[in-house]
Design a protein around this ligand. Structure first.
Ligand code: FES
Length: 87
């Protein structure tokens, strides 16, 4: 399981296995922008403050993936036990 910390809201959400970050936020009543939910539109792009991400979108370049500064929360997943987002 991975804990997602929402830095600005000072909240933490636990990601269930197989759940997207977007779904985990919604399950807690936290609204986040999204549209395609397939990693192709970019509406859900969210700044990452801490934690490695397994990028599964079709938007970020390989340089952007390496920079790890943002992620599409509809489809990309955290790699480690903690992900800190600028939300
Ligand atoms: Fe379109 Fe995430 S909602 S990329």
């Amino acid at each position: 399981p991975c804990t997602i910390r929402l830095q600005r809201q000072n909240r933490e959400v636990v990601l269930a296995p197989g759940q997207s970050v977007l779904a985990a936020l919604r399950a807690q009543g936290i609204d986040a922008p999204s549209s395609c939910e397939q990693g192709i539109c970019g509406a859900c792009e969210t700044p990452v403050l801490e934690g490695e991400v397994e990028h599964r979108d079709s938007i970020l370049s390989s340089a952007e993936r390496t920079a790890n500064a943002s992620m599409m929360i509809c489809c990309s997943l955290p790699r480690g036990p903690l992900l800190v987002l600028d939300l």
